[in-house]
Design a protein around this ligand. Sequence first.
Ligand SMILES: [Zn+2]
Length: 593
Amino acid sequence: MNDQSITYTLQPFDPAGHRFRVVMTIPRPQAKGQVVSLPAWIPGSYLIRDFARHIESVSAKAGSTSLGVEKIDNHSWRVEPCAGPLQITIVVYAWDLSVRGAHLDETHGFFNGTSVFLQARGAEQFPCRVRLLPPPEPLRWLVYTSLPSAGRDNPGNNGFREYRADCYDALIDHPVEMGTPRVIRFTACGAPHELVFTGLAPNLDLKRIAADVRRICEAQIRFFEPVTQRAPFLDCADRYVFMTMLTGDGYGGLEHRASTALMAARSDLPVTGCEKAPEGYQTFLGLVSHEYFHTWNVKRIKPAAFAPYDLTRESHTRLLWIFEGFTSYYDDLMLLRSGVIDRKDYLRILARQIGGVLTTPGRHRQSVADSSFDAWTRYYKQDESSHNTIVSYYTKGSLIALGLDLTIRARTQGRYSLDDVMRLLWNRFGRDFYTGGGKGLPERAFPALVREATGVDVAEELRHWAYGTHDVPLAELLAGAGIALRMKAGSPRPSLDARVRTQGDHLTLASVTHDGAAHRGGLSAHDVLVAVDGIRVGRTPATLDALLDRHRPGEIVQIHVFRRDELREFKVTLAAPSESDCVLEDMPAERAQ
Ligand SMILES: [Zn+2]
């Protein structure tokens, strides 16, 4: 063991009180007083989260001598100078049921390193060791993580043992789940994978899930490494771990270099003895595919701004439309290519995504490059005006990927595609990221790389689609591929050009589209709908729909609302139904080709 190694001992010592205790030892602290800190944010989720606010106590000692500890900013403490080794003990409150934080009760423990492991400033490159201690009796838990073990394992310890990481950046990129989850293992292209499910879900059809996830994993490994079929995470771990928390309505994921943390709705997963999978199962598989694709795209192929991450403050890049958008394009495409969904399902999913973008007015106000840059203050801090003013680098980014893919295929008569660009990015920036170089994609390098990979110059397209606010001309591009795109109204009902939401016993305006019917009539987001033409609006959207169904576009209705606690009356001229539904269909003439 390197005598510079930073060591941590973590124990879920108070499950009922949701508290972990972590003891950190720094063999040679800084002479002027060691500074330690927690990250301000977690990679993959671009918002300052101030994880340090969940630290209940910090104490320090050297030998038997207690040392003074002073907090010096939102995330950092300075310990008074000592000869070392320096031992710092923190107690962390862990009651955040999300993929980004830490969560502990009598049923399980989960943590990201960003919530529990202090960073010894100036020693970030030193190797780390972590000893995991079990919870108090009578709890008997097992540990699941992609963190590599340090030394030989003792089978009786259920994973409560010592782990290692090459540096702090590696340490915080392997979340840990502990408890008594349902687990199934499989190999994909020879590489071990674990599916770990926490949360009650009787009769979960683990075998079916594992078979489907395996197909997705193999399709992706073969996509990036058609020759060697080598799984990417073998550069740093001996397995890949999917750790999923099942709840009533959970949804979300966070990518890591050899694992992912997921939240899913238990009703989205198949149960044994029931042949038909729930409708939401494709959503779950799409999430799995998305996070797994990130193992290449963003965990190894990264923007230069993330190589390395600056975890003390926001890290700005204009490229999230490549890292999240292209991942969103390939997540569903990989479901199709692996055969877990068919072409009809794929076109339906794609149509929904296109419809979502084309009905967001903000796409004409913000480019995806700017949306990426402002992720920290706008995409992650959305409010009632966001759909008028911002665009999602996920969804429009995925349409840019589709547009590029179709453009490259069309101009090269099908010889090249966006796949070739992804593989060039992987060869150039990704494959050796953790074992050599560690070089990220420069902000302006992408168009030249597309040309290098395919011979096609898309600089002009990207200027409009990614750095400007133009729509990707998908109707035209898809027609060239034999697919007809049309937009249609979801119903003949006249529109208020506003979205509504049930809040308690009321229906309120969630958002109002700029220059739409509600806006022009004077209505505002947060208005509580009271009556249309003197008839009360109930608490559900259907009650409003029923009232609007009595009218035609162009008619004027009287709408009463409460704004704050004041009753107001407005005259609103109803708009034509908005064409919000996208339909994609194979063109008959092309079907033969
Ligand atoms: Zn993502």
